[in-house]
Design a protein. Structure first.
Length: 130
């Protein structure tokens, strides 16, 4: 028996408002290297699409958050606050068409490590009737 429900990026782990804040920050802090469409640049990998999904599939949102937090932006790692990092990550999830939800993406790595990054949408299980 699990003590806590396991969640994934398909469970609406950020809000639309948070993603909108992240879009503004992304344009200012990230687009010059990663591209305005998150498709990557000469020295920066894409932040959406097949290559990105295959690199992060099976890891956690916490792993991705920590990568952003400690290594971005490239010219001044750690410059952004945890809230700003979470907003940018919410924007990245939005661009990748993971659904928005009712609560904002958390800023604590420990909480984010409970959310799986799954590139494929889980299939709906038919409801079981007794």
């Amino acid at each position: 028996m699990r003590a806590q429900t396991s969640r994934s990026v398909w469970d609406g782990v950020y809000t639309s408002e948070q993603s909108q804040r992240g879009a503004t920050l992304y344009a200012k802090e990230c687009a010059s290297c990663h591209g305005s469409a998150l498709t990557g640049g000469e020295s920066a990998p894409p932040l959406t699409g097949g290559e990105f999904f295959s690199n992060w599939n099976g890891l956690t949102v916490g792993d991705l958050f920590e990568r952003i937090r400690i290594s971005m932006p490239g010219d001044r790692p750690g410059k952004l606050t945890r809230e700003q990092d979470a907003d940018i990550l919410a924007y990245m999830l939005s661009v990748s068409q993971f659904p928005a939800g009712k609560t904002e993406l958390e800023r604590q790595t420990e909480v984010l490590k409970q959310i799986r990054f799954e590139s494929d949408k889980p299939s709906e299980k038919p409801s079981e009737k007794p």
